[in-house]
Design a protein around this ligand. Structure first.
Ligand SMILES: [Mn+2]
Length: 573
């Protein structure tokens, strides 16, 4: 699919004071990349000791005290998670830590997306109370579960909420709430993922229990530190901003994975994904591990993913990882088919009206409700406009949909504004993404109002794409050792984009691989040194020269490590 958006290139500005503060042995290109992202020299060396102190997340201490008070009575604890990768890692982290601290009656429940939807709803509250727990601890959800918390309390258990989502106007009446986004919470990192919140709560509990003589502090805190692999995975998967605190958490988790000090389930997931844990990067977590975990929540039940993360035997971990891998293959096939069908609908709409539309609302009776978010994301990417994709729900007569937005359009606000006029519409979410549930009979009204409302709001928002780059590289920068330095410099991800360069190149040689990819040899205009380049998913050859936007990568095909450009965009001229 060809992008319809205008593309504009802007080079990131480098802060000279930051640049000069980096050590001289760091390659000037790496210095430039860091300084352009406002990363300080001291932050490159940051270790676990430099994260925000455990006590600074206010609610964590209160939650820890409540749990520590109950320790001698050995309460029954149910962790209520969520069906995405952040929710799964949060659940696994909390279950592992509580058991390691000596709580003997710990279990978990993860709502099934098809029967219950998201959060501690009334249905989930009642299901969780069937085993008569003393405490329900939510992870990565619960901050808006006012009714669910009331029901649990009525049925005789106490609730501790740990979450990172934005609270509504009314907070649930829980025994403790831990959330960096709570009004009045002074914790400086508002981007903590659900798994990060769970990590801080367990760190506070480790300290509180050892203070009360339950066990040596060293052993308790080690149990928490051993979960940093989960923190890294959940944080990257949830696509929260990698602010300085999250960067350290992710970097420390990756360090454990590379040192082969990670849980067996992760080892097994790396193996089925064909990735090597010894050279793990944030992109492996985001693009190889998280999708396999998420496939369970999308197509079946996230318990499968959580069990994999909790495995204590390698054989079991391998079996579960293989099942997750199979589900992921199924997910890919569904996604390919649904995306193609969405493309067909877009083309049909083009023929009807001939002009670009301001938003898209697509539905197909054959779509799978676990995949609509991925389709909406793709439509948004291609069109540069907000999009919603809907499928039939397992609930009779109902549709479920997932919306993805662009900068400048707060999609949850759009839904809130049209909700009074769409009968039976339920929704939730944030600025860039939201979920909806509505009766089939409301679809046409919904579509009309959704598109009209965005049309009103889009006034002045162009939807054009601005691509930020780190500027050009010189011929002698195109080296394998620099490529490696850049790869491991920082955990690239949300808010911390991987280095991307742009140069004008002469195309010396090109051929098409497997009808799908373009393999090139290029050189700087007027230069001599040739370098390999590859443009994935591009089967059209280029002209004599082209402006390429590329990442500097290493190709170790045939055992020789050579620099290679991975082309992300071609701007022919
Ligand atoms: Mn989350």
């Amino acid at each position: 699919v060809i992008s319809r958006r205008a593309i504009e290139i802007t080079r990131r500005e480098v802060q000279p004071e930051l640049y000069d503060a980096f050590p001289a042995d760091l390659d000037p290109v790496s210095r430039r990349v860091c300084a352009a992202r406002r990363v300080r020299s001291s932050e490159l060396k940051a270790s676990l000791g430099s994260i925000l102190p455990v006590g600074s997340l206010t609610g964590a201490q209160a939650a820890a005290e409540i749990l520590a008070d109950s320790f001698d009575r050995q309460p029954s604890l149910t962790v209520v998670g969520d069906f995405d990768a952040d929710g799964a890692t949060s659940t696994a982290l909390m279950v592992s830590c509580l058991r390691a601290f000596g709580y003997e009656r710990v279990n978990y429940l993860v709502p099934n997306r098809f029967s219950f939807g998201y959060g501690l709803s009334l249905g989930v509250a009642e299901l969780a109370m069937q085993s008569k727990p003393d405490f329900i601890i939510t992870v990565d959800n619960g901050i808006t579960s006012v009714a669910g918390v009331a029901r649990v309390t009525e049925l005789g258990a106490r609730v501790i909420i740990t979450d990172h989502h934005l609270p509504g106007l009314v907070l649930p009446a829980a025994a403790a709430i831990v959330n960096p986004n709570l009004p009045g919470e002074t914790f400086p990192s508002k981007s903590l993922a659900g798994v990060g919140v769970a990590f801080y709560v367990m760190a506070a509990l480790a300290r509180e229990l050892s203070r009360r003589g339950v066990g040596p502090e060293e052993r308790m805190t080690r149990a928490v530190a051993e979960c940093l692999d989960l923190v890294a995975l959940g944080t990257v998967a949830d696509m929260v901003q990698l602010d300085s605190n999250n960067r350290v958490l992710v970097a420390e988790g990756l360090r454990r994975i590379r040192g082969r000090r990670c849980r067996l389930g992760l080892e097994a997931l790396f193996a089925v994904a064909g990735r090597n844990p010894s050279s793990a990067r944030a992109s492996d977590l985001g693009f190889s591990i998280a999708p396999r975990l998420n496939a369970a929540g999308r197509l079946q039940d996230m318990s499968l993913g959580i069990e994999c993360l909790l495995c204590s035997e390698m054989d079991d971990a391998r079996v579960l990882a293989a099942r997750l891998d199979t589900l992921n293959e199924e997910r890919k096939q569904l996604q390919t088919r649904m995306t193609a069908e969405a493309g067909g609908q877009l083309r049909a709409l083009d023929l009807q009206s001939g002009t670009g539309r301001e938003a898209h609302c697509l539905f197909d009776a054959g779509w799978h409700e676990g995949i609509v978010g991925l389709v909406a994301g793709r439509v948004r990417e291609v069109t540069g406009r907000p999009a919603i994709a809907l499928a039939r729900s397992e609930e009779a007569g109902m549709l479920k949909g997932s919306a993805r937005s662009i900068d400048g359009i707060h999609i949850r606000d759009v839904l809130e504004r049209i909700a009074p006029r769409v009968s039976g519409l339920h929704f939730g979410g944030h600025a860039m993404a939201a979920g909806v549930r509505l009766p089939v009979s409301s679809l046409e009204t919904f579509r009309e109002l959704f598109l009209a409302e965005i049309g009103l709001m889009l006034h002045g928002v162009t939807g054009d794409e601005v691509l930020w780059t780190d500027g050009p590289l010189n011929p002698d920068d195109l080296r394998a050792d620099l490529a490696e330095q850049l790869q491991f410099l920082l955990p690239w991800g949300q808010g911390l984009p991987e280095p991307l360069f742009d140069n004008q190149f002469e195309i010396c040689d090109q051929r098409i691989l497997k009808d799908a990819h373009l393999k090139l040899q290029v050189r700087h205009v007027g230069g001599v040194q040739r370098i390999d380049a590859i443009a994935f998913n591009r089967a059209e050859p280029l002209g004599g020269t082209a402006r390429l936007l590329y990442r500097l990568d290493v190709n170790d095909y045939g055992g020789r490590r050579r620099p290679q450009l991975v082309v992300e965009q071609v701007l022919s001229d």
